[in-house]
Design a protein around this ligand. Structure first.
Ligand SMILES: [Fe+2]
Length: 156
């Protein structure tokens, strides 16, 4: 059956394409956070190991919400590492960064997802797509708050 929710197919496609980028960014940041949870060392080990775990757990739930919004709009959700690598704006890291470098990389990652979500928000807002606007607002809130908390670790 055709999707008939009051947003035309071309616009739904535009929104789904934007959400696919948010999904790819979020999945890449999920993996980065989990990687850093495993590999962090140093005096801040306990704090960062636990904090990164909270982050990847939150991101794992978020990818499901984003993918299912793409499905509700009538399009397939990307779900392979190849697709995510092509769609993501977040770089993967080589080797094991120092603890403070991990924090910096995660600040940058959270800020990147916030920027991607903010771009897609414009498209969703113009299309009167409230559920996508709501989802993106929640995601921006989480990423901006998390970026602030991580950034605070870098200050004296
Ligand atoms: Fe663990």
């Amino acid at each position: 059956m055709q999707v008939d929710i009051g947003i035309d197919a071309k616009t739904r496609n535009d929104i789904a394409s934007g959400l696919s980028k948010v999904l790819a960014d979020t999945y890449t940041l999920y993996l980065k956070s989990h990687n850093f949870h495993w590999n962090v060392t140093g005096r801040m080990f306990q704090t960062l190991h636990l904090m990164f775990e909270q982050h990847y757990n939150e991101l794992a739930l978020a990818v499901d919400e984003i993918a299912e919004r793409i499905r509700a709009l009538g399009f397939p959700a990307p779900g392979t590492y190849r697709q995510f690598a092509a769609l993501s704006s977040i770089e993967e890291d080589d080797g094991v960064p120092t603890a403070l470098e991990m924090v910096r990389l995660l600040v940058a990652g959270h800020e990147t997802v916030a920027r991607t979500a903010r771009e897609v928000f414009k498209v969703a807002e113009a299309a009167n797509d409230q559920p996508t606007c709501d989802l993106l607002t929640q995601r921006m809130q989480v990423h901006e708050k998390t970026a602030w908390m991580l950034r605070s670790l870098l200050e004296e």
